[in-house]
Design a protein around this ligand. Structure first.
Ligand code: ADP
Ligand code: MG
Length: 816
């Protein structure tokens, strides 16, 4: 039940929307005591005054100052909840949403029915919920249903410094929603919370908020932290280096908790195991080992359930030929569908590696911490370690700002972070480990000085640190812009450009397609004010750039998905084949290179297939090469002998795994699997694939210049494209180099001595008006416009139109 409200005096008598109430909260004495020590408590009054007087407020405060746990409580006490509106708090990470809702419920002595959370697939929200923690993705989905967010009286955007894409879009949208709510007489308060003072993007962007929002700075006591750099930077084995460093600290330095930063869940588990082996617990003190047993058991269960699922959906598949490619999801993958990486084999890898290092020191109480860890296990890091032990938390960067662990005196920082990368051409995103930024390295160091002076051990040299980027760039600047537009349209934001200036302002840079390109931004945005099509809606759910999303969406027929996934992966990786045209140092080497090149050409002809398969051109060669390589087990030897780049092949395998998982999570009925030994497509499938690629790469169509159109010699064997005025040619390395089909679709244009198209497939002219009607204008008006994609059946209808259209095409826009 909601406690009865008592009216209290308010300082200002300006007419404002401020609730003049005080809702008492019954906190336990020890909680109240701990709260009072938090720096943010000193600012309660100024924070609440600012919120009462302003629609938008920015709060900056060092991690651990109490923003996430206390601000919702201030608002609750001040009466910012009622039966008609709640307080919503968004977090970029699931782990924070769950754990903070738990903590706040406990501090306020309120039921989880009142203080609840919602993450993508789970939550405990009820009719009584008044404080709701959620991931930013969840709030975006709610905006889709109710643009005014009428359920909320206050929305708090937490961890805004992370600049996650969803957070940025949310702030852009909320900057429009706040005035709309004001107009309706139902004001909404927006609070932006950040762990750094770098908030100019939110405050100084005049297009964002009409009045500059006040910034409240919370001063946190921070004790000095001594930074120790490594003299040398280890190349690969930073995990091993972490192990050695923790051992050293534990053996030689006075008491105090250790916090280790690694990049992913598998690494965290593996280091935990090594440390537990080196500094074991006594029999009656097995908190750590419990964990291990459980996680091994979990993996077993997980693997079993996976097998069962496979067997059900795909009865004909030979289970022994099947290998799951573990999906590598970082903690940054906050709200995406995740295939828990316990499915990987890391846990089985280095059994017994620390045997010789067993030690007689104090036991080390080792705890893992990462996004997908079960909440009960996450909660352990907040409790004091068992007496006579030292706490050691091995974490991913969730411990950087999302969660504050008490009692840390030593920080060990590997300097790396797992980040999402977007391929510029395909927009395919994947995770890679890279150096972190200076700002986040400093955040990590700061974790050591919360209760007393501390030490931070950086496992890299100061020279390397100086090379780090200062801040990580906002995610939105890295995503392909068509993708953003599509995502926003899927949120029913039709006039993307005028509504989300803020968002686009950052990404305009990404649009530099080159001066040569006539295809200007205006032309692209001209299309922005139309509503999203049903196909567009499907496309928006795929985690790749729209043109590839379109290909995937259309491939759900005729079993084309595995091929399209492979094509998109191979396009992302691009340089599949070894380059043998390099100058050689000796005659012997020249001969060797020549031999290798001949062998590669011979193989490419084989991979290009027979009959109609050949028309798929370079894409068929890609499919054939990947299939053959996987058939041979994807060994370095096979690659070396056949002119394939081994690293490229491994990367394709990884991307195929990621895309398959993504597609499965989008189309739960797809039941896709990765069969490494993929059979070549049938002739019919190859023909469908050509149409699918054409539909996706509509602006990459080229037509051979006909004899009667030859302007001059430089147009001999040349093609005209929609995007360029100059002649372009099929690249000599293309399997279609000699065939010169009338119409082709290409993956990219590269410029060497001339402009060359790479990744070329032949297309039939009559497909173009059918699949890309908006890209064409026709010689005479059509009586029956040709049918194209049918959203109800998800099929491409492609019968031959009775008239042969002379196709020329307008400058295409990216279709969304
Ligand atoms: P901020 O959001 O400013 O980084 P928080 O509100 O997350 O700060 O944390 C404030 C304090 O609450 C920290 O000292 C932290 O250790 C403590 N805290 C947070 N969650 C828990 C929990 N589940 N159990 C115990 N203490 C917690
Ligand atoms: Mg916080």
């Amino acid at each position: 039940a909601v406690p009865s409200a008592t009216v209290c005096q308010t300082a200002s008598n300006k007419p404002s929307c401020k609730p003049a109430v005080f809702i008492p909260v019954d906190r336990a004495p020890e909680i109240q005591e701990a709260r009072l020590k938090l720096p943010i408590l000193a600012e309660e009054q100024s924070i609440m005054e600012a919120i009462n007087e302003n629609p938008v407020v920015v709060i900056c405060g060092e991690t651990g100052s109490g923003k996430t746990t206390q601000v919702p409580q201030f608002l609750y006490e001040a009466g910012y909840t009622s039966s008609t509106g709640a307080i919503g708090i968004t977090e970029p990470r699931r782990v924070a949403a769950v754990s903070m809702s738990q903590r706040v419920a406990k501090e306020m002595n309120l039921s989880r029915r009142v203080v609840s959370y919602q993450i993508r697939y789970e939550g405990n929200v009820t009719d009584e919920t008044q404080i709701k923690f959620m991931t930013d993705g969840v709030l975006l989905k709610e905006i889709q249903k109710d643009f005014l967010l009428s359920k909320y009286k206050v929305v708090i955007i937490d961890e805004a410094h992370e600049r996650s894409m969803y957070t940025d879009i949310l702030i852009g949208l909320l900057s429009r929603i706040v005035p709309l709510r004001e107009k309706k007489g139902l004001p909404l308060k927006l609070i932006i919370m950040s762990a750094t003072l770098r908030v100019e993007d939110f405050t100084e962007n005049k297009r964002l908020f009409s009045a500059v929002p006040p910034v409240i700075q919370v001063d946190a006591r921070q004790f000095p932290v001594t930074i120790h750099f490594n003299k040398k930077t280890p190349l690969d084995d930073y995990s091993g280096e972490c192990f050695r460093k923790v051992c050293k600290i534990h053996r030689m330095l006075p008491s105090g908790g250790i916090l280790v930063f690694l990049t992913g869940q598998a690494e965290v588990h593996s280091l935990c195991r090594r440390l537990r082996k080196a500094f074991p617990f006594q029999k009656n003190n097995t908190a750590g080992d419990d964990d291990k047993e459980e996680s091994v058991e979990e993996i077993r269960k997980f693997k079993k359930s996976r097998k069962r699922k496979k067997a059900m959906t795909l009865p004909k598949i030979d289970l022994d030929n099947y290998s799951v490619i573990p999906v590598d999801e970082g903690d940054e993958d906050r709200d995406a569908e995740t295939d828990d990486d316990v499915a990987g084999s890391d846990l089985d890898l280095d059994l017994g590696d620390a045997d010789s290092e067993e030690d007689s020191s104090l036991p080390l109480y080792v705890l893992p911490l990462y996004s997908l860890l079960a909440p009960e296990k996450q909660a352990k890091v907040f409790r004091p370690p068992p007496p006579g032990t030292r706490l050691c938390v091995v974490a991913t960067n969730v411990a950087e700002t999302s969660l504050t662990i008490p009692g840390i005196k030593y920080v060990v920082d590997c300097g790396k972070v797992k980040k999402r990368f977007y391929d510029k051409i395909t927009g395919v995103s994947s995770f890679r480990v890279t150096w972190t930024s200076q700002a986040s390295a400093n955040q990590r160091a700061g974790r050591a000085g919360r209760t007393e002076p501390g030490h931070c051990y950086r496992l890299y040299s100061s020279a390397v640190f100086m090379d780090f980027e200062q801040f990580s760039a906002p995610e939105i600047t890295k995503r392909p812009v068509e993708d953003l537009i599509l995502q926003m349209k899927a949120l029913n934001i039709e006039k993307v450009k005028c509504k989300i200036d803020f968002v686009l302002r950052h990404s305009l840079k990404c649009l530099s397609i080159g001066t040569r390109n006539k295809h200007k931004f205006e032309q692209q945005t001209a299309k922005l004010s139309c509503p999203i099509s049903p196909l567009g809606r499907v496309m928006a759910t795929f985690p790749v750039a729209p043109r590839y999303a379109k290909m995937l969406a259309l491939s759900r027929q005729h079993d084309c998905l595995p091929y399209t996934i492979t094509i998109v992966s191979a396009m992302t990786v691009r340089e599949l084949f070894e380059e043998y045209d390099r100058p050689a140092v000796s005659e012997e080497e020249t001969a060797k290179l020549k031999g290798k090149k001949a062998r590669l050409l011979q193989m490419q002809r084989i991979w290009a297939g027979q009959g109609l398969l050949q028309k798929l051109g370079d894409l068929m060669v890609m499919l054939g090469a990947v299939g053959a390589c996987e058939y041979a087990g994807c060994t370095p030897k096979f690659c070396e002998e056949n002119g394939l780049r081994y690293k490229a092949m491994l990367e394709i395998r990884r991307l195929r795994g990621q895309l398959t998982t993504a597609v499965n999570s989008v189309c739960s009925d797809a039941g896709l699997y990765i069969d490494p030994k993929m059979k070549p497509p049938t002739e019919a499938q190859a023909t469908y694939l050509r149409q699918i690629v054409l539909a996706g790469l509509g602006d990459h169509v080229a037509r051979r210049v006909q004899a009667e159109e030859l302007l001059d010699d430089k147009w001999k064997n040349a093609y005209k494209t929609a995007l360029l005025d100059e002649p372009v040619f099929i690249h000599p390395s293309s399997i279609l180099f000699k065939q010169l089909p009338e119409f082709v679709v290409y993956q990219e244009i590269v410029e060497t001595t001339k402009l060359y198209m790479k990744g070329v497939s032949a297309v039939e002219p009559e497909w173009i008006p059918v699949l890309l009607p908006s890209y064409c204008h026709f010689g005479k008006p059509l009586e029956n416009p040709p049918p194209s994609y049918c959203p109800e059946t998800g099929r491409i209808r492609c019968h031959r139109p009775s008239v042969f259209y002379r196709v020329s095409w307008q400058l295409p826009a990216v279709e969304v």
